[in-house]
Design a protein. Structure first.
Length: 301
């Protein structure tokens, strides 16, 4: 590890932080330290960093805005690559939108609306990055990334840049091939269409209002914890199982939205994982339905 650190310090791989606590970098405000936190400031620094880590067979994890992610209390061994300035880009060419992997998905939906482009309204309440959305096939309000993504540029662990078309990503509900064949989404190209600016703005406003009324956004959380099972809504199952307000340590099933687990102040990853298991068990016993988490759990157990 020391050899890797030395080469990263001597190379052009961006800012380097050692034993960096990751809780401040996640929306749950939970997580132990990363052995190495790398913050590439340019595209070339990102590529150089991945090539160097690959050469030393050092494991790495990508961190965008830290939503939809639970970092273990022991932290992450190897390197964590925090995407930043280099990939926070956006440009519009007619009905095509080119967005960097670190660009805010919510901000992108707003920017597209201002351009008079429709198709991204569903993203108005998804608090992650474009790269994370492509990775998870993020969706809401009856739509998802797979319906509008044309192609994505992906940086492979070897340092090679490849272009994956929509069909290459093998999209399914909250799933893409990137979950089994890792890579970093450096840019995504979305195919939108022109629409009425006022209608787009009204739709975004209604989604925002609903989100503020029904989600516990004043507390640290990671969005929906469980995927919706076929023919069911996870939140409804959890609520009907009487689990709203259930607590383990500092983690609580939100009284406002049953598919949210909130950090009431001092929650640990262990608290959250224990609560997830309790919810899964209770719903399985009452309804015979197996809930599957959609949050990504990373780090040393």
């Amino acid at each position: 590890m020391q050899q890797v650190i030395t080469e990263l310090l001597n190379g052009s791989c961006g800012e380097l932080r050692l034993n960096e606590p990751l809780a401040p970098y996640t929306t749950w405000k939970i997580g132990g330290p990363a052995d190495i936190l790398l913050i590439p400031r340019t595209r070339s620094q990102l590529i150089d960093a991945v090539k160097l880590l690959n050469r030393h067979e050092t494991p790495w994890t990508v961190l965008g805005r830290g939503s939809n992610m639970l970092v273990s209390d022991k932290g992450i061994r190897g390197a964590v690559i925090k995407l930043g300035d280099a990939l926070e880009t956006v440009r519009f060419e007619g009905e095509l939108v080119y967005a960097g992997g670190a660009y805010s998905f919510i901000k992108l939906s707003v920017m597209a609306g201002k351009e008079g482009l429709t198709g991204l309204e569903f993203a108005g309440g998804i608090p992650g990055t474009v790269g994370g959305a492509v990775y998870m096939n993020a969706g809401a309000h009856g739509s998802d990334v797979s319906r509008i993504l044309l192609r994505a540029e992906v940086l492979l662990p070897t340092g090679e840049l490849v272009t994956l078309n929509n069909e290459d990503l093998a999209y399914a509900y909250r799933h893409s091939i990137l979950q089994t064949k890792p890579g970093i989404v450096t840019e995504a190209v979305f195919q939108l269409r022109y629409g009425d600016r006022k209608e787009i703005a009204a739709t975004l406003a209604s989604y925002k209002d609903r989100r503020l009324r029904t989600q516990p956004l004043q507390l640290a959380c990671a969005g929906s914890v469980f995927r919706n099972p076929q023919g069911h809504f996870a939140a409804k199952l959890i609520e009907e199982a009487g689990l709203k307000g259930l607590r383990v340590g500092g983690a609580e099933v939100s009284p406002l939205h049953a598919n949210f687990i909130v950090n009431t102040g001092q929650a640990t990853a262990h608290d959250v994982l224990t609560l997830i298991e309790q919810v899964k068990t209770a719903v399985k016993e009452k309804f015979g339905v197996c809930l599957v988490p959609e949050v990504l759990v990373v780090g040393e157990r």
